[in-house]
Design a binder for this molecule. Structure first.
Ligand SMILES: [Zn+2]
Length: 106
């Protein structure tokens, strides 16, 4: 998907349509891994370790390791960052799915 470098969009700070510069929004830090979430490696390890060691039947079955589905989607949602050229405020436009997003020059 090609995106123009400049677009005319409504700016909520200026309250009118203004020219805005477009860039691809970077993800704010990596997604945190919850060490004890259901499918986490640590939990699976612990469950395997606790099995049959007087755990009151809470881990009666073995750890399920094969239920996550990887590689189901081939495209990614890419958010676009719009920055107003007059006030300098920026907003994020939630993107659609696309294999590749490119901000075209000119
Ligand atoms: Zn503005």
């Amino acid at each position: 998907m090609k995106v123009p470098k400049k677009v005319k969009k409504y700016c909520s700070h200026c309250k009118t349509q203004k020219e805005m510069s477009v860039s691809i929004a970077k993800q704010q830090g990596k997604n945190k891994v919850h060490p004890m979430s259901r499918g986490s490696k640590r939990r699976i390890k612990l469950r395997g370790g606790f099995r049959g060691a007087g755990n009151k039947g809470s881990f009666s079955r073995g750890a399920i390791t094969k239920w996550k589905r990887y590689g189901a989607k081939k495209s990614k949602k890419v958010n676009l960052k719009l920055q107003c050229k007059e006030c300098g405020k920026s907003s994020i436009l939630i993107g659609n799915r696309a294999k590749k997003v490119e901000v075209s020059h000119s």
